[in-house]
Ligand binder design. Structure first.
Ligand code: AMP
Length: 192
């Protein structure tokens, strides 16, 4: 499963909830990068340069990290990728990784919300988390990148008929309910 959404759409929160309900492991590339930054690893030092500016970490680095994560044992019963793929190149790479593993995507969820709501949410979150990429200029840049690059990713899955859109505006429980219904009725998973 994939969960795609602009920064601040609540995809991390919803990913954790789906993971608990369905017993599939949630893998957030943003969380992995933040852990690497915290640990001061070479990957973290490299990623930090991009993250602080709100830029994407280069595909070469991100793809390799995802491949390695998807080779671990805990993904055998399925997985939910949160925040990957975000570029057309990452979609192609993921296609290859899945094909090599004889796997396919059952559900691709897009959480939607408008930019003004997202900026308000993210500025609120900045006060709580102190995330270095939650200031207004960086937030706007991350939203621009979402529109410029990640919407093309969404369009690819829509063309393939695997995309399910969920309105991300509302209370957390309300959105979780919508997400669970969407998963149940998703084109591939629901059609089995
Ligand atoms: P997130 O927590 O998902 O908002 O991710 C935080 C930051 O990590 C992003 O702004 C990027 O700098 C980096 N990142 C996370 N996922 C990706 C990805 N799939 N491709 C490139 N950079 C990523």
């Amino acid at each position: 499963m994939l969960i795609i959404g602009p920064p601040g759409s609540g995809k991390g929160t919803q990913a954790e909830r789906i993971s608990e309900r369905l017993g599939v492991v949630a893998i957030s590339t943003g969380d992995i990068f933040r852990a690497q930054v915290k640990g001061g690893t070479p990957l973290g030092l490299e990623a930090r340069k991009y993250m602080d500016a709100g830029d994407f970490v280069p595909d070469s680095v991100t793809n390799e990290m995802v491949r390695s994560r998807l080779s671990e044992d805990d993904v055998e019963n399925g997985f939910l990728l949160d925040g990957y793929p975000r570029t057309a190149g990452q979609v192609d790479y993921l296609d290859e990784v899945l094909a090599q593993g004889g796997q396919q995507l059952d559900v691709v969820l897009q959480l939607t919300a408008d930019d003004d709501e997202l900026v308000t949410r993210l500025l609120g979150r900045a006060k709580d988390t102190g995330r270095s990429d939650d200031n207004e200029a960086v937030i706007r840049h991350r939203l621009d990148l979402y529109h410029e690059q990640t919407e093309a990713v969404v369009a690819k899955y829509a063309e393939r008929g695997t995309l399910t859109r969920v309105d991300g505006i509302g209370g957390i429980d309300e959105v979780t309910d919508r997400v669970l219904v969407a998963i149940d009725t998703a084109p591939v998973a629901g059609g089995r």
